[in-house]
Design a protein around this ligand. Structure first.
Ligand SMILES: [Zn+2]
Length: 114
């Protein structure tokens, strides 16, 4: 992948990351205070779904946290210029798939065999 494409996907991923921060009010990965992150997420989850059960709120937190970790990992792969290569088979991941899921680590065949 050339530098121009790497730059394009870096922007896309940062955009997605900022959108999660906007939605949740936390920056997991930037802050080590996960108790604080959890509280913020629970607050947001409570606002969005007042009737949500506690286990649903925890699920919400875990899902957002996982997603942010994936985005950070993708940015690290961009820095190392490993972005866009399947971590399993080493082949290039098709651009359409990266557009759809910018933080993906696998090409479609490897993902479906995972
Ligand atoms: Zn693969």
């Amino acid at each position: 992948m050339n530098n121009k494409d790497l730059e394009y996907f870096r922007t896309l991923i940062i955009h997605n990351y900022l959108r999660v921060i906007d939605k949740t009010g936390v920056s997991a990965g930037l802050s080590n205070n996960s108790a604080e992150n959890l509280n913020n997420l629970l607050r947001v989850a409570g606002k969005e779904g007042r009737s949500a059960r506690p286990e649903e709120k925890i699920y919400f937190f875990k899902r957002e946290e996982e997603y942010m970790k994936h985005l950070i990992a993708a940015l690290e792969r961009i820095e190392k210029k490993e972005y866009g290569l399947c971590v399993r088979c080493g082949k290039e991941i098709p651009r359409e798939r990266l557009e759809e899921v910018p933080h993906t680590r696998y090409c479609v065949p490897c993902k479906s065999n995972a």
